[in-house]
Structures are given as C-alpha cells and as structure tokens.
Write a protein that binds this ligand. Sequence first.
Ligand SMILES: Cc1ncc(COP(=O)(O)O)c(C=O)c1O
Length: 354
Amino acid sequence: MTFDEARAQFPVLERYVYLQAGSVGPLSRATLQAMQACEERALREGRGGAAAFARLLEEREALRADIARLVGVDPSQVALTASTTDGCNVVLAGLGLGPGDEVITTTDEHFGLLGPLHASGARVVVVEPDADRIAAAVTPRTRLLALSHVLWTTGQILPVRELRERTGIPILVDGAQSVGAIPVDAAGLDFYTVSGQKWLCGPEGTGALVVADPERLRVARPSYLSQQAYEPDGAFVPREGAARFDPTLTPAAHVAGLRAALAAMPEWGFERARVTADTFRQALREAGCDVVEPRERATLVSWRVPAEASAGIVAQLAEAGVIVRDLPGRGLVRASVGWWTSDDDLDRLVAALP
Ligand SMILES: Cc1ncc(COP(=O)(O)O)c(C=O)c1O
C-alpha cells in the first residue's frame, strides 16, 4: 500500500489537517464499513441468537490474537477492555493495595492512570519523568511503577523496560500514546494497556490490557465473561488466561471495526510517523515555536505557549481547518502526527500558526 492509498482511507483528511490521534484517531472507510455491516446484520437477523453470540465470541478471540501479535505477547495474556482507563482500574483493583503500600508515578500522567492509582488507597509518589528519579523513589514499600510509555504532554518516551529491570518492581505501563504510534514489545512487562480509539484508529470504547501472569492478579471486578462456571453464591472458576479480566462485552460492531483498523496499518507506518514527527518539530522550530524536544520521543509534537493563550490558539487553528489540542494548564499545544500525516498537513499547520 502506497502512502497516498493509505491516506485516502481517511475521509477526514480530505477536509481537515487532522492532528488529534492522541485523543481519537481518524476513522477509515473500511472501519466504518465493518461496523455498518455488523449493525445491519444485527438489524436483519437479531442480536441475541446463538449464532450471533457464537460469532461475537469468535471475533473477540480473533481480536485478542490481533492485539497480542501487535504488542508481542501471547493471546492468553490479553484482556479486551473498553479503554486504557479500564485496564488501569482492573490492575489497581486486582492488586489490593492499601495505605501501607506505595506506587510511583510521574508528574505527566493522564487521569486515566492517576484516578485508578488514587482510588487504590496506596500512597501515590509523584516524581519527574526521569529514569533516575523514578528509580531513586523506590522504597521497601513500593509495590508498583505506574507510568506512560509515551507521555501525553510532550511525547517523551520513558524507558519502561529498563526501569522494570533496574528496580525489580512490577510495572503498569499506560500504553495510550504508544500502541499504534511506535513499535511496542510488551513481553515481560507486567501490565500494559492499549487504547483502540487513538493511534490504532479503531472505534471508541475499545482497548486491551496485557497481563503477563494472569494467575497472579485477582479478578476484583468480575464480569459475566470472567468465569467458566459459578456457584449460586457467585463463587466462580475464572476463565483461562487474561480473558478472565474482560470487563465488558464490547459491541460486535466495535470489535469488527477495531479488527478492520488493525488490518489496515501499513508495515511502513511506524517509521514514516517517526520521521514525519521530527520534520514537524523542525518546521515548527523554524517557524518560531518553542518546541519540546525530548531526547527519546514519539509521535506527539508539543510546543510551549502562554498557558492562558493555549485554548485560543487551538480555536484559531481550528478555524483554519487545523485540528490540534492544548494541554490545559500546562502551556502546551499538541499535534499528533500519524503515518497518514502529509507534508501538506505540515505546511497548512505552519501557515495557520497565529
Ligand atoms: C497517557 C494517557 N493515558 C490514558 C488516557 C485515557 O485513555 P482511554 O480513553 O483509552 O482510557 C489518555 C487519553 O488521552 C492518555 O493520553
């Protein structure tokens, strides 16, 4: 698939400079068609028949395998969730932490991780997103490192594997800004979340959670999908593998949509997005923007603006057909650069800068 063919899948790119995959990725025609076909079948044939249910379960296992392949783990280590936030909640609830425990996180995390950390009851230790500072914060009470692989603020990549090995502490990796944006190898990491709606360009309400050793995490938020047999009092035999953590029966159309989106990712996508993101950084710098340039960086491109001006800048760019976002309170505007992003998108962004 050539770049032009790949890009032509996304009608939104014909109208807008759409740089918002860090929130919600562009939707492709094939993804929409897969979802529509599924809904139309439901309309004609009914949603509750045994055949429809069997097909949904089959599609779920196929999606589990697709995601496992994408992040380099075994399908038995993948739970199908509705979001990264969902995955963080499954892990934090299952670990059963309390006030005597500590979890280490960074100053640059999203509430999708921070909320579940806080709700866990553990003491949340917040440090700068720097490997030495994170490692130095470990104490005998530390139970978990909980960090983004790619920071949603600046696009900085954190050395999650190195930190896991260096500290020996279990790690929960928030993969919302990494999976689909950069190559990810989740093997050997304890917990790793996936958002389907962002860089994977899937439907909203889709995601996954990798659990390296499912037997060692308690099923604290069981769903009907968690069990293979249960007693009148609710005592249950968990399903094999990480499927026991599946929190919800994702709508069939969304399962089909995410599968279609995954199938359309070109093999040159990661490399192209990496190069394009660096081209964006350079051009924005040359245009006078105060660009954040972390040494290890992914496909989010942020530049500093006066904090009180960031929302206005985003609105002004939107008027010119350029869709980006700001990070409220942080004085940052952020462009998400994907494998579908073109040089023309960059020219239009630069031309529209206030
Ligand atoms: C780093 C990070 N974590 C978590 C989330 C929340 O993702 P989800 O909506 O999949 O829960 C986001 C979304 O912007 C994010 O950027």
